[in-house]
Write a protein that binds this ligand. Structure first.
Ligand SMILES: Cc1cc2nc3c(=O)[nH]c(=O)nc-3n(C[C@H](O)[C@H](O)[C@H](O)COP(=O)(O)OP(=O)(O)OC[C@H]3O[C@@H](n4cnc5c(N)ncnc54)[C@H](O)[C@@H]3O)c2cc1C
Length: 467
C-alpha cells in the first residue's frame, strides 16, 4: 500500500530534471537549461530535531531525501538551547499522546536511531515530573487530558512529597510575582498539599546530540545533507513547489518541500509565498534557561525531578549536579518578542537570572544562590495557541513543521513519522484540508486527527501553559 504512489513520484521527479526545463514566467528560480544539482522526492529545510526526524522517517520509506541547513551540522539551531524535557502532561490530547508515544523511542534511543556502539548517543533520564498543586486549574486540565490520552499519572500528597523530595518547601506563595513586586517577599500562606506526578517523564541532557543521531539515522537510510548553505529562494511551477535554490547558487529539484526552519519558519514561508490562508501565525520569542549548581548535600542531587511550579511561575529539572531553570510564561513575565529570529542576546540578563534563582530558592531553601550568572538564551517559534502547525499549505507539495512553541523537542521522533504520513496521504490523493490524515501511534494505538495541527484551525483555547 505505501509503495502505491512511488512510481508516480519517480516519474514526476525524473521529468523535473529532464523534459520539464523552464517554462518562462511560471518557472521562477531554476534558470533556463540548467539542471538541478540534486533531485529529491522530499527536500527538508532545516536540520534541527524536527528536520532530522522528518528526514529519517522519509528516507526510511525509500524517499530520496535531501536536507539543507545554513549552519554546519545538525541541531545547532534552537534545538541546541533546548532543556530537553520530555513531559507527558499537556493541555491538549494530541500533545500528550505524542509525548507518551515518543517515550518508546527515547527509552531505546541508541537502537531507535541506530547509533553505532562506538558513537555517542543521547540518553533519556526518566526522572519523573511533579506538577505542584493538584487542585489548580492547570493540574485539573492536564489530568483530564491524560485520562483521555490514557497516560499514567497519580496525585501525590504533601507527606509523600516531603518524604521523597525533602528539599522542597511546600509553602503557597500566592504568585507568581516578579522579584521587584513587594508581594514577592511575603511569607507563604498555607501549603501546597498535592501534586500531579508522572513517573515516565524525564529529560534528554543533550538535545543537539539527539538531532545528530537522527541525522545519522537519515543518512543510514540514504538521505543527503547539505551543510552551511541557506535556502535563498523556493521555485514554483504554477501552484506546485518545484525546488530550492541555495546561497551558493546550487539548485535542488523536489516534488515535496518541508519547512522545518524553526524560529526562521516565517522567513522560509515568505520565500515560498505561503501564509495568506494561515489562521495561526508564528512569532519568534526569546527564552532564557538558567543554570544553578546543586550542592551534593541536597537530596535532589540523588532523587532528581522535573518540577513545574505555577505558584512561583517557574520550572526546573536537575541532572544531579545543577538545576536547569526555565519560566512558565506567567502573565507577569511578558514574552520577549523578536523582530528578527537571528538577532538576540545569547547570554542571560541579570534581572531574569536573579528572579529565576530567587524564585527557585523559595521552593528550595537549601539552595545556595551563586554570584556567577550562568545560562543560555534560545528562541521559541511560538504559534498563536502554542500548538504546532504540521500541515500542507496552499502551495502544492509545500509542507510546514513549524510553531513548535518551546515544547516539541520531546515529540520529534513521532512528529517525523506523522509528517511523512501526512505527505504520503496527500500523494495518495487526499486533501489534507478536507480529509485530514489520521495518525495511528504505532505503540499505543492512539489515533490523532492531524486537523488539530492545521494552519487554518480556530485557535485552541485551553492551551498555552508551559513547563
Ligand atoms: C530555551 C529553550 C528551551 C526549550 N526546552 C524544551 C524542552 O525542555 N522540551 C521540549 O520538548 N522542547 C523544548 N524547547 C523547544 C524545542 O527545542 C524546539 O521545539 C525544537 O528544538 C525545534 O526544533 P526545530 O528543528 O523545529 O528548529 P531548530 O532546531 O531551530 O532547527 C531549524 C534549523 O533550520 C535552519 N534554517 C533556518 N532557516 C534556514 C534557511 N533559510 N536555509 C537553511 N536552513 C535554515 C537553522 O539553521 C536550524 O538549524 C525549548 C526551546 C528553547 C529555545
Amino acid at each position: 500500500m505505501k509503495w502505491k504512489w512511488f512510481p508516480h513520484i519517480e516519474k514526476r521527479v525524473m521529468s523535473d530534471t529532464t523534459s520539464r526545463v523552464p517554462q518562462g514566467a511560471a518557472r521562477r528560480d531554476l534558470a533556463p537549461a540548467t539542471r538541478p544539482e540534486l533531485t529529491a522526492d522530499v527536500a527538508v529545510i532545516g536540520a534541527g530535531i524536527l528536520g532530522t526526524a522528518i528526514a529519517a522517517a522519509a528516507a526510511a520509506r525509500g524517499l530520496r531525501t535531501v536536507v539543507v541547513d545554513r549552519l554546519g551540522g545538525a541541531g545547532l539551531g534552537s534545538t541546541s538551547a533546548s532543556a530537553g524535557i520530555i513531559r507527558v502532561h499537556a493541555e491538549d490530547y494530541a500533545s500528550s499522546v505524542m509525548a507518551h508515544e515518543s517515550l518508546f523511542a527515547w527509552r531505546a534511543w541508541r537502537d531507535h536511531a541506530r547509533v553505532p556502539a562506538r558513537d555517542p548517543a543521547a540518553v533519556f533520564v526518566e526522572c519523573g515530573t511533579l506538577v505542584l498543586d493538584a487542585a489548580s486549574d492547570f493540574s485539573l486540565r492536564i489530568a483530564q487530558v491524560m485520562d483521555e490520552a490514557q497516560v499514567g499519572y497519580r496525585v501525590v500528597g504533601a507527606s509523600e512529597m516531603r518524604e521523597r523530595w525533602p528539599d522542597l518547601e511546600l509553602g503557597r506563595f500566592g504568585g507568581p510575582f516578579t522579584a521587584d513586586d513587594p508581594a514577592f517577599w511575603d511569607d507563604p500562606r498555607g501549603e501546597i498539599d498535592s501534586a500531579v506526578y508522572t513517573p515516565s517523564s524525564g529529560y534528554v541532557a543533550d538535545p543537539m546530540l539527539a538531532a545528530q543521531n537522527l541525522a545519522g539515522l537519515a543518512r543510514c537510510h540514504g538521505a543527503t545533507f547539505v551543510w552551511g548553505q541557506p535556502v535563498v529562494s523556493i521555485a514554483r511551477r504554477g501552484d506546485h513547489v518545484e525546488g530550492l535554490r541555495l546561497g551558493d547558487g546550487r539548485r535542488i529539484a523536489a516534488e515535496t518541500v518541508v519547512n522545518a526552519a524553526g524560529p526562521a519558519s516565517g522567513q522560509v514561508n515568505a520565500l515560498a509565498g505561503v501564509g495568506s490562508d494561515f489562521a495561526i501565525r508564528t512569532t519568534p520569542v526569546r527564552e532564557e534557561l538558567h543554570h544553578v549548581p546543586l550542592p551534593d548535600s541536597m537530596a535532589l542531587a540523588r532523587t532528581g525531578i522535573h518540577l513545574v511550579d505555577s505558584d512561583l511561575g517557574t520550572n526546573f529539572r536537575t541532572d544531579g549536579k545543577a538545576l536547569l531553570i526555565g519560566s512558565n510564561g506567567a502573565a507577569c513575565d511578558p514574552p520577549q518578542i523578536l523582530s528578527d529570529p537571528d538577532e538576540f542576546a545569547v547570554d542571560p540578563s541579570r534581572a531574569l537570572w536573579e528572579q529565576s534563582v530567587l524564585r527557585v530558592a523559595k521552593r528550595l531553601p537549601g539552595l545556595p544562590v551563586p554570584r556567577q550568572r550562568q545560562g543560555v538564551a534560545g528562541v521559541y517559534d511560538v504559534s498563536d495557541d502554542w500548538i504546532p502547525i504540521y500541515d500542507r499549505t496552499d502551495l502544492g507539495g509545500f509542507y510546514v513543521a513549524i510553531g513548535t512553541s518551546g515544547h516539541e523537542f520531546k515529540t520529534a521522533p513521532v512528529t517525523g513519522d506523522l509528517l511523512v504520513g501526512m505527505i504520503l496521504h496527500g500523494l495518495d490523493g487526499h486533501d489534507q484540508d478536507t480529509d485530514p490524515y489520521q495518525y495511528v501511534a504505532p505503540n499505543t494505538g492512539r489515533v490523532i486527527d492531524t486537523a488539530t495541527f492545521s494552519r487554518r484551525r480556530s485557535p485552541h483555547t485551553a492551551t498555552g501553559g508551559r513547563g
